[in-house]
Design a protein around this ligand. Structure first.
Ligand SMILES: NC(=O)c1ccc[n+]([C@@H]2O[C@H](COP(=O)([O-])OP(=O)(O)OC[C@H]3O[C@@H](n4cnc5c(N)ncnc54)[C@H](O)[C@@H]3O)[C@@H](O)[C@H]2O)c1
Length: 254
């Protein structure tokens, strides 16, 4: 039996990077996965890849910053699989900038996707989880929910909010079987970082000097975050709720 055998899982931002690896890892361990992304093309690629490998998955194109679309995608999971056991609020944007030059649009987009997206997903999933006796919500925060970096004030504010959203939901539903935890990845090798890397002098320069901020001396891999998400989704994490867990190559140990 797989570690999440038969569990109905929704992973947002599943078309790329950490979300894609998480959707694949959950499916490898028996999860039935709804792969959600803004881009229907990449969501479909992830779901097709899972099915080709013998797993169970469907793709949904949705914008997590739109509550109507989020309600619909959670309903789709319940229609397809009968319930929702695992929600990974992973979709995110990182639009770096000099803080006093940041536009209203950037502030709104960052908060709408990173913070409200996780609120909308959790709000829609929780009634189903209550009905069925519990579930696991995993929010993808960041080391920037704990410490900030140059050019990331708005992103950091959004990820700090995700930390407190996680704690709040965990407390509200602890007695009802719903666990809610956050993962705080360090620098992981995915496209979300490319704009930030440009502001720091380019990706190669960042990677050449990565030991100066990430003690393990290399970027993380999406699968290294997916393994932790799988653990939190599984019953192995039954006593863990309200936890904010770094997977950051030692970055926040400094
Ligand atoms: N890569 C890192 O170093 C790192 C570090 C800490 C935290 N994170 C967080 O991990 C999460 C995943 O990021 P990633 O590194 O895999 O980046 P990524 O760019 O590879 O993937 C992000 C995915 O989210 C999707 N997305 C963006 N806005 C969306 C929306 N409104 N609705 C639905 N989907 C949307 C994108 O289309 C993309 O497929 C993000 O929340 C990010 O903030 C990443």
């Amino acid at each position: 039996m797989g570690r999440v055998e038969g569990k109905a899982c929704v992973v947002t931002g599943a078309g790329s990077g950490i979300g894609k690896a998480t959707a694949e890892r959950l499916a490898e361990e028996g999860g039935r996965v709804i792969c959600v992304d803004l881009s229907g093309v990449t969501a479909t690629q992830t779901a097709d890849g899972i099915r080709s490998a013998g797993g169970i998955a469907e793709a949904v194109a949705a914008d997590v910053s739109d509550p109507a679309q989020v309600n619909a995608l959670i309903a789709r999971c319940v229609d397809a699989y009968g319930h929702i056991d695992v929600l990974v609020n992973n979709a995110g944007v990182n639009i770096p900038g000099v803080f006093h030059e940041v536009t209203d649009a950037v502030i709104d987009r960052t908060l709408n996707v990173n913070v409200k997206g996780a609120m909308y997903g959790s709000r829609a999933a929780i009634p189903h989880m209550l009905r069925d006796g519990g579930g696991s919500i995993i929010n993808m925060s960041s080391v920037n929910g704990l410490v900030s970096e140059p050019f990331l004030a708005v992103y950091s504010a959004s990820k700090g909010a995700v930390v407190m959203l996680t704690r709040g939901i965990a407390l509200d539903y602890a007695r009802q079987g719903i666990r809610c935890n956050a993962i705080c990845p360090g620098w992981v090798d995915t496209p979300i970082n490319y704009a930030h890397a440009e502001m720091l002098g380019g990706l190669q320069k960042v990677y050449d000097s990565i030991s100066s901020f990430q003690p393990i001396g290399r970027p993380g891999l999406p699968i290294e975050i997916a393994h932790l998400a799988l653990f939190l989704a599984s019953n192995e994490a039954s006593f863990i709720t309200g936890a904010i867990i770094s997977a950051d190559g030692g970055m926040t140990a400094q």
